[in-house]
Structure formats: C-alpha cells, structure tokens
Design a protein around this ligand. Structure first.
Ligand code: FE2
Ligand code: FE2
Length: 289
C-alpha cells in the first residue's frame, strides 16, 4: 500500500475574455472554468495545489484578469499561475499581486516554490506579440541556477509551451524556441519528475531531457487531433479536462492522470469497504439521455 504524499492539479488554457466576446459566445470559457473550479473543489481526495499553465485570458487585458480572478478565487487550494502566449506579463502580475511567489519587478514571471513535498519551478515562455514561446539564454540560466539549488529534492517544472513537436503542424508552427537548450540544462541536473505544459489543448506525452514532458487538456475548447501534414487547425468541444499529478514519494514517483470535468455520469462503484459490489448489487440500468 502507499500513502498519497501530494496531489498536484493542473488546469490550462482557460482563455477568459470579456462578456459577449467570441470566447464567451463560442466556447463559454467562463462557465467551463467555473465548472473546473467546482470539479477541483469537490474531488476526493482534494488536490493540495493547482497549477494554471498559461493562456489564462484571451488578450491580456486587465478586465479579463479581473473576471478570471472572480472565478479562480473560488478555488479551495493554493493556485500558481504562469503566462501563456495570450497573456500579458504586466496585467497578469498586477492581477495576482497578492501571491507572493509571483515576481513584481517587470521581468520574467518565473519562480520557485519550496513549500510542498514536490518543489515547483514555474517557467515563463511568453514572447510579447507572438504565439510561439521562447526560452532565451537569460531564462535558461535562471533555470540552471534554480535546478542547481535543488539538493536532490523532487521537482516539477511547469510552463506553457511544450518543449517538443506535437505532429499537429499548426501548433508546431507556434511552438517553443530553445527546446534543445532546455534539454541540455535539464540533463545537467538530477532528473526532474516531469515538465508540465499547456498550449496545445490536448493531452500528450514525450520523453524529454531525461524526464517526461506532458501537456494538459484545456478547461473549455480542445484542439482537434489532426496529424495531417497540411497546415490546418480546428477547435473541437471534446470533454474539458484537467490533470492530476499524484506524487507517491521517491519510490512511487509522479503519476499523471487526466480527469474529465463535468457532464459525465456519476461513477459506478464496484469495490468499496473491502468488498466487490458487483455480485451483491446489480448494476444500475443506463438510459440514454
Ligand atoms: Fe491556448
Ligand atoms: Fe497558448
């Protein structure tokens, strides 16, 4: 048996905008985020923390961040945010000025959190005015130094743009600059547990820099899975989801689960209280909606 040591929830690509915007009309991003918050608050066991890995809002405007805060403030657990390509550093930092982890010096919004069984390193891949991301020499040197201070503690790195090509051509055209250099920096240190990303609105996994890099589904609209070489991009309302990264200690490691948000039928319990229920209780009849 094992003890749960830490449960890290991840939400991404919330894309909150102003009332009446296209995101409101087409993708209902605020309603979806509110559902995600309820989902996280009512999970049992409840996550210890939530990481929000960028594209928090659509255009980086203060009004959008105010609306975002209204919804995220209902979270029952600490929240750690980093910017995506749709964010803007100044308005984001000001909107979360009460979070002491977030730098307020006008520079990159990257930071380390040492308060939990797993050390958290948030990276800033934002490039103003661009859809792609970048880890420049300055940001990589910062990461190198922080990893060097780890003293072997379990660590996750989280950032918006995934450090790998996805096979979805249009997303790769707005990918990350500095992938190889990041792999090199990661390779110089004891392996981190995972690199947790967003941006592509789908779950993906790849071996990277001596660790595992994953991406998280979005809280509202997903990107259609299209692996054709032609440059096409479509949005699809597949079920919104978050990820639950379960840290089971040094031996158990970090296990990453996708957790679908809302709309699903209630789970049908088959084992509880030390016994299998399938023989004792007939399964409920399912009726199409
Ligand atoms: Fe996004
Ligand atoms: Fe993005």
């Amino acid at each position: 048996m094992y003890d749960r040591v830490m449960l890290i929830a991840q939400i991404t690509d919330l894309h909150i905008s102003t009332p009446g915007s296209a995101n409101d009309r087409q993708f209902r991003t605020p309603e979806h985020l509110a559902r995600a918050v309820t989902h996280l608050n009512t999970l049992a066991p409840r996550p210890d923390i939530v990481l929000a890995t960028g594209d928090l809002v659509e255009r980086g405007e203060p009004e959008e961040y105010a609306r975002l805060r209204e919804i995220l403030d209902r979270l029952a657990m600490p929240l750690y945010v980093i910017p995506g390509n749709h964010d803007a550093r100044g308005p984001l930092a000001r909107a979360f000025a009460d979070r002491e982890y977030l730098p307020q010096d006008g520079g990159f919004l990257h930071y380390v959190v040492e308060d939990w069984p797993v050390r958290l390193i948030g990276l800033d891949t934002h490039v103003p005015g661009e859809s792609g991301g970048r880890l420049c020499a300055e940001r990589l040197a910062w990461l190198d130094a922080r990893l060097g201070e780890g003293r072997g503690r379990p660590t996750v790195v989280f950032m918006h743009h995934p450090p790998f090509e996805t096979g979805i051509r249009m997303m790769d055209e707005m990918g990350l600059e500095g992938k190889a250099a990041l792999a090199e920096v990661l390779g110089r240190h004891p392996p981190v547990e995972a690199v947790l990303c967003g941006h592509v609105h789908r779950p993906m996994t790849r071996r990277f820099g001596g660790t595992v890099a994953t991406t998280c589904p979005a809280t509202a609209h997903q990107i259609a899975l299209d692996l054709a070489p032609a440059p096409r991009l479509a949005v699809i309302m597949e079920p919104p989801a978050c990820m639950l990264h379960l840290w089971l200690g040094a031996d158990g490691g970090l296990v990453s689960h996708v957790s679908v948000i809302g709309g699903e039928r209630p789970p049908f319990t088959v084992y509880e209280g030390g016994r299998w229920l399938r023989d004792a209780d007939p399964p409920p009849a399912f009726h199409p909606r």
